[in-house]
Write a protein that binds this ligand. Structure first.
Ligand code: ADP
Length: 186
């Protein structure tokens, strides 16, 4: 685990399975359908149970009949998970593994809007996976810098969210995030 602490706030990078995390909210790297999928999305729905999917269906019907746009975020309960809430966001797809300026902006939005929603709901601790770096093929190094910088800037300005954890599933991704956090704090 690697962390950065300042004025009572914490930015943490750790190796682990986000579905086991005990933060008040965990973030799901969803797709715009909100109907579940592979990777972390599949793991969250399968461990959290059908309550999450039912709430996602209601959100689709009431707010986003065409799907959740990239970079936006919505919240459901956490079902059977330790986390009370799941924040669902959609990261960009990096075709050819290239993070263009537009994709970088959308990735930043996904992190920022998830944190904004957490703050609005009074949530103090939030865990993120590495959004868009699995099936959506964004490069981990650049994506990790966007993720950490966005979280750090948010923590500095927000008075509700106290801790942001990045819970990385593989050693490879964990090491890259660790290096990026060191650079950011150095
Ligand atoms: P995306 O479509 O946004 O790329 P993926 O789920 O395919 O989403 O991958 C995002 C990241 O989530 C990847 O780095 C993958 O290794 C990671 N991941 C998969 N399962 C878990 C899990 N249970 N906990 C944390 N991270 C996970």
């Amino acid at each position: 685990m690697e962390k950065l602490e300042f004025s009572g706030k914490r930015l943490v990078v750790k190796l682990g399975d986000i579905t086991e995390e005990d933060t008040e909210a965990i973030v799901n790297a969803a797709n715009s359908s909100l109907m579940g999928g592979g990777g972390v999305d599949g793991a969250i729905h399968s461990k959290g149970g059908t309550v999450i999917l039912e709430e996602c269906k209601r959100i689709r019907e009431n707010e986003y009949p065409d799907g959740l746009p990239t970079g936006e975020a919505v919240i459901t309960s956490g079902g059977n998970l330790k986390a009370r809430f799941v924040i669902h966001t959609v990261g960009p797809v990096c075709s050819g593994g290239i993070l263009t300026e537009e994709k970088a902006r959308l990735l930043r939005n996904a992190y920022h809007n998830s944190l904004k929603l957490a703050s609005q709901k009074g949530i103090k601790t939030v865990a993120f996976p590495s959004i868009s770096t699995g099936a959506y093929r964004c490069p981990v190094d650049e994506s990790s810098k966007i993720a950490l910088r966005t979280a750090l800037e948010f923590l500095k300005e927000d008075s509700t969210v106290q801790e942001v954890r990045f819970v990385l599933f593989t050693d490879y991704i964990y090491e890259i995030y660790r290096e990026s956090l060191r650079e950011l704090s150095g």
